[in-house]
Design a protein around this ligand. Structure first.
Ligand code: NAD
Length: 480
């Protein structure tokens, strides 16, 4: 890989870098230093056209490959990603500003997705249908063709793996549109995959803005499915564009996860997890737990410990490997600061944080607001920053009602030693993903996605394969 500080990144189509035909050039800024770290030759509608055409060409050959052979190639891709962990992590850290050890974990997640789905290529089967003795009925589970993937900036590599690997494993070819802020690692991942043996065109990447490349991909007639990960308003627009072409759409949208702590929970474990749930990746996590619901009997002790520990969280540039990095951009920094300022007016000063450190970069201190009514804006909106709200409850019923009082339904967590209570909560809470006694407990094997405004469909696990395949029913008359 060439020097990440100067690399020009552009579309990667047909197994090689190509010049963008009609997009806009954009400077990439390391949000921890505000230094320009590279340039992206962003593509537009013409580049998306070219990428879709090439993926369609590649899809036929890829689909026809014997499933174990597809699996072996994806295993090689996973191994190649692991071999290039250091350089990929460095690039990710420079673009997203995240601590280098977090970027390394992300590369491992990317490899893990390819490894997991490598093992599934020869297990995607149909079923026999009980159509009676006069017929033989069966289903075939077939790939869709070409799938489009529009990705956000918060976990560029992990989400590339989660979205693209199952589609490719199912026999589709893909066109990927990474976020404008963090396009370089998607291009690198595609290049590594091709070098490891993936046929050119099975993963094409078109960097560019949402309005140029993103909307062109969402509404493209040459694709057969759109997988979108990002905010609710953009997801709705992408969904509309997809349905115009009668295409299925997966929407992985925002969240506002309730984290419920009962008095019988392991105290230290619950504190560790409450902090990790909201301050990991500076709170820029769809599956975060920014709404802490704590039982009134343990509230004071819990809040004291949280505030002490939050004040100790170190901030800094990626290569110092601090506890927490900056927000992704000046825009996001402005949005989060506005939410904090508005919350000060509405619910009072935070018990910790709320200020910006005196340093370059888009840093915001870990911030905790106590005694927040659940209908306060700060508790209802997805802040997507290092901001925790704390609300008390008196009993299980109240905890559940507060947990469900949100437009989102992505993740929820509970900390208790009473497993009956934990599983009652898991049954009744309105969320696609539930964590018991460990926030972020689930891995690549576990289906991920939301209810309510958090989305449509599931990624990860075997469930994702259903979203990237279609069922054909075949019925033959036996006695004719
Ligand atoms: P965003 O919606 O602004 O952008 C996401 C992607 O869509 C980017 O690639 C962007 O360029 C593209 N885009 C923008 N406008 C478009 C348009 N009109 N047509 C097509 N594409 C367009 O989201 P973001 O700010 O990058 O990401 C943050 C949001 O993503 C948060 O709400 C977060 O919760 C959500 N998210 C959800 C998940 C999940 O799995 N549910 C995971 C990560 C992030």
């Amino acid at each position: 890989m060439s020097d990440s500080s100067t690399r020009l990144c552009g579309p990667f189509v047909g197994g090689e870098p190509v010049a963008a035909s009609d997009g806009r050039t954009r400077k990439l800024v390391n949000p921890a230093t505000e230094a320009v770290v590279g340039t992206v030759d962003g593509g537009g509608a013409g580049d998306v056209d070219e990428a879709v055409r090439d993926s369609r060409r590649a899809a036929g050959e890829w689909t026809a490959l014997a499933p174990p052979e597809r699996g072996r190639i994806l295993q090689d891709v996973a191994a190649a990603i692991r071999e290039q962990q250091a350089s990929l992590a460095e690039l990710e850290a420079a673009d997203a500003g995240k601590p280098i050890s977090d970027a390394e974990s992300e590369v491992e997640s990317l490899a893990r997705y390819f490894e997991y789905y490598a093992g599934i290529t020869d297990k995607i089967g149909g079923e026999t249908v009980p159509a009676g003795d006069a017929y033989l009925g069966y289903t075939r589970r077939e790939p869709l063709g070409v799938t489009g993937h529009i990705l956000p900036w918060n976990f560029p590599l992990l989400l590339f793996g989660r979205s693209v690997a199952p589609s490719v494993a199912a026999g589709n070819a893909t066109v990927v549109k990474p976020a404008g802020e963090t396009p370089r690692t998607a291009v690198e991942a595609a290049r590594i995959a091709v070098e490891a043996g993936l046929p050119p065109g099975v993963i094409n990447v078109v960097p560019g803005s949402g309005t140029d490349a993103g909307s062109a991909l969402a509404g493209h007639e040459g694709i057969d499915c759109v997988s979108f990960t990002g905010s609710v308003p953009t997801g709705v627009a992408v969904g509309r564009a997809a349905i115009e072409n009668v295409n299925p759409v997966h929407l992985e949208l925002g969240g506002n996860g309730p984290n419920v702590v009962f008095p019988d929970a392991d105290f230290e474990n619950a504190v560790d997890n409450a902090l990790a749930a909201v301050f990991s990746n500076a709170g820029q996590v769809c599956s975060a737990g920014p709404r802490l619901l704590v039982h009134e009997d343990v509230h004071d002790e819990f809040l004291d410990e949280l505030a002490d520990r939050a004040a100790e969280i170190t901030l800094g540039p990626p290569m110092d490997d601090p506890d927490m990095g900056p927000l992704i951009s000046e825009t996001q920094y402005g949005t989060v600061r506005r939410s904090i300022d508005d919350a000060r007016e509405a619910v009072g000063d935070p018990v910790v944080g709320g200020d910006v450190p005196d340093r370059e970069g888009y840093f915001v201190e870990p911030t905790i607001f106590d005694d927040v009514p659940n209908d306060a804006t700060i508790a209802q909106e997805e802040v997507f920053g290092p901001v925790l709200t704390v609300t008390t409850f008196a009993d299980e019923a109240e905890a559940l009602a507060l947990a469900n009082d949100t437009e989102y339904g992505l993740t929820a967590g509970i900390f208790t030693e009473d497993m009956g209570r934990a599983h009652r909560f898991a049954r009744d809470v309105e969320a696609g993903v539930v964590y018991i006694n460990e926030w972020f407990a689930a891995g690549v094997e576990s289906p991920f996605g939301g209810t309510k405004n958090s989305g449509i469909g599931r990624e990860a696990g075997e469930e994702a394969i259903r979203g990237y395949t279609q069922v054909k029913a075949v019925t033959g008359a036996i006695d004719r």
